[in-house]
Design a protein around this ligand. Structure first.
Ligand code: WT7
Length: 645
């Protein structure tokens, strides 16, 4: 049966988009049948110091596992994002910055970008940063975050950006994992009228981890922050002294460009490693195709550069395509819930890309705050981060887009580097709630729990059977974990961790994570990490964390906590536990619900049966399934009876 709700490709887009229906079909076939020729041709979109002759060298099998793209190519990512645009666009705007306060904004031309990136790159060099060294970046959404990333890319240093919402402990863990010796931060950030104490958080982190020799501090809000003699440098002072030119480091395509930490289903966050050639190519290719980007347009991706969406579509993909990219430091509801749409009008944004959670939050305030704006500059809308519920899709389409703008629902992951399943505005009819179809070169399979391939209209686990250039190359420092996490569940295939339905038209509908990862406001959270943070408390014996449906966040965090014998379950303790998680990981990991659990449902071998905990959290009490294999089935009755509201 075909879904009745279809939004066809608008005729004007079908006629003029970068890729139309026939182009899409042809590219799918070419990428599959003649990959080397196809990707070599596509790779010309980048500026290479030495064009690759080896294009694709890939095996997902254990014996000869390898993922290499454009292997003998040489390039520099910052040259692709800046220098190559200078001859035609030196005075055109590369970055529009919109501050937390509506009175604060600024533009940066490609010429200015070049100078500022080079100056900072020279500061890094002068302080001993060499090719391959890891540089930690902990900055707000300001142009300097892009300068810092590009300055690293210019000299071949590997950046590790940490989202400003992560705690000192999280910073310390990430610095330690990649043995970073250099940190770039700011005095403070501003979000929704509140200050974020970035420098203070870095100072606390560096009490817990050794090895950092230098901290460059940007004066952003200008508040007084203590400087550690011999360690801390003032960004402004140092870059003023530095030369405005810095020769770009020639990088092999497979040289790492960055590490970005993301939560997994077990243990500590993984350092997802992306490369210079394949990643940059995929960022640029997908930015152009998915958003049908044309030079001169203003592109606004609301994601923070602390997440992969910010890396790929605020910085690398956008700038590689000479886009004018908008960076917004604030939040959607400050000073009012019209802020997004005011910014659209103020900067004449053409393409707007955000997360379903933001749309759901704004929807609650009705249509008036949207309708108070013009939005006539908008040409295309996008979403990312989690499945978008059809209700939010329709609101986005009808109210924000006045029924005239296509919506690209882009499915991807930190690991994939850029979008893999997405409509192409000129080629794909839309269905609300579906990320639609794979991009050229993306070979999907849906398998059952045993790995049997399911064909036709079906539902199961989403796998990818062949590599694409933007694929992550390893977990930093742990090739074994990389292979085990992604390629061992279904041998020979990359397992996404997502459940997925395919309809009779071949459209893909992501149903959510099938592993112990929850998606909170479009951000991935490992349940194991939250559990570890909870059990650090002296009064806690054990904790189990699951996701549950949350109106705004998509999924909320539901924690079952068993206290030590004799400890009283008080509201103060509940607050202390939430505070502990904020402290250990960051505010985004704070549990929404804590239920006291005298016991957890375990099998006789001691394994916690999360399926049951999920059902209780979801309030699907009739669907608890078979509990007879539990060591003590009576614990379930107690959990149901005392279910937190
Ligand atoms: C997980 C990846 C890609 C950048 C943001 C999140 C979910 C992402 C969609 C979408 C349905 C989506 C998946 C995926 N997800 N986009 N359009 N429709 N689900 O990156 O933190 O690496 O999380 O987010 O579950 O596996 P991430």
């Amino acid at each position: 049966m075909t879904d009745p709700e279809i939004y066809p490709v608008p005729a004007d887009l079908a006629a003029r988009a970068h890729m139309d229906r026939a182009g899409y079909e042809a590219a799918r076939i070419a990428a599959r049948e003649t990959p080397d020729a196809f990707w070599a041709q596509q790779a010309r979109r980048l500026d290479w110091m030495s064009f690759p002759t080896k294009i694709k060298d890939v095996s997902f099998n254990k014996e000869d596992f390898r993922i290499r793209w454009f292997e003998d190519g040489v390039l520099n990512a910052s040259v692709n994002c800046i220098d190559r645009h200078l001859p035609h666009r030196r005075d055109e705007v590369a970055i529009i910055w919109e501050g937390d306060e509506p009175t604060d904004s600024e533009t940066v031309t490609f010429g200015q970008l070049h100078e500022r990136v080079c100056r900072l790159a020279n500061v890094l060099k002068a302080n001993g940063v060499q090719k391959g060294d890891r540089v930690t970046i902990y900055l707000p959404m300001i142009p300097e975050a892009a300068y810092a990333m590009l300055a690293c890319a210019r000299i071949g240093a590997v950046h590790s950006v940490i989202f400003g919402g992560f705690s000192p402990d999280s910073i310390a863990g990430r610095i330690e994992d990649c043995q970073s010796t250099f940190v770039i931060t700011a005095d403070e950030g501003c979000r929704g009228g509140k200050k974020v104490p970035l420098k203070a958080n870095v100072d606390k982190a560096l009490e817990k981890v050794a090895g950092v020799k230098t901290v460059v501090v940007l004066r952003h809000t200008g508040t007084d922050v203590p400087f550690v003699e011999g360690r801390d440098l003032d960004w402004g002072v140092e870059t003023d002294k530095a030369s405005p030119d810095c020769a770009p480091e020639p990088m092999k395509a497979e040289d790492p460009l960055f590490i970005l930490y993301t939560s997994g289903s077990t243990g500590k966050p993984k350092g997802v490693l992306h490369t210079t050639g394949g990643y940059l190519f995929w960022a640029s290719y997908t930015h152009e195709l998915v958003f049908d980007y044309r030079p001169g347009e203003v592109f606004w991706c609301t994601a923070d550069v602390g997440w992969v969406t910010g890396h790929t579509y605020v910085v690398y993909g956008a700038l590689a395509n000479a886009a004018t990219t908008l960076m917004f430091e604030g939040v959607p509801n400050y000073p009012t819930v019209s802020r997004f749409w005011e910014v659209v009008d103020k900067h004449q944004v053409n393409i707007f890309y955000t997360a379903p959670t933001a749309l759901r939050a704004l929807m609650r305030d009705g249509d008036a705050p949207v309708k108070a704006s013009s939005r006539q500059s908008l040409r295309l809308l996008g979403t990312v981060g989690e499945p978008i519920n059809p209700e939010a899709w329709r609101w986005y389409h009808e109210v924000v887009g006045e029924g005239r703008l296509p919506i690209v629902d882009t499915w991807w992951q930190t690991e994939t580097g850029g979008a893999l399943i997405s409509p192409l505005p000129g080629a794909t009819d839309l269905k609300p709630g579906s990320a639609t179809k794979p991009l050229p070169g993306v070979e999907l399979e849906i398998v059952d729990a045993e790995g049997a391939v399911l064909t036709g209209a079906t539902e199961g686990n989403l796998c990818i059977t062949d590599s694409w250039p933007g694929q992550m190359r390893t977990v930093y420092g742990d090739d074994q974990r990389f292979f085990e996490t992604y390629f061992s569940t279904y041998p020979g295939k990359y397992f996404t961790g997502d459940g997925c339905r395919r309809d009779a038209d071949g459209y893909y509908w992501i149903t959510g994570r099938v592993d112990d990862v929850i998606n909170v406001s479009g951000h991935r959270m490992g349940t194991a990490e939250v559990e570890s943070a909870l059990v650090l408390h002296d009064d806690v014996a054990e904790a189990a964390v699951v996701g549950f449906p949350h109106d705004i966040k998509g999924q909320g965090i539901y924690a079952y906590v068993t206290l030590n014998k004799g400890v009283e379950a008080t509201d103060d303790l509940r607050k202390a536990l939430v505070a502990q998680v904020r402290e250990e990981i960051g505010p985004i990991a704070a549990p929404d619900v804590i239920q006291w659990a005298p016991g957890l449902p375990k099998t006789r071998s001691g394994k916690i049966m999360r399926r049951i905990l999920r059902k209780i959290a979801e309030n699907e009490l009739g669907a608890l399934g078979d509990t007879s294999t539990l060591a003590d089935p009576s614990v379930v009755d107690d959990l149901v009876k005392n279910r937190a509201a």
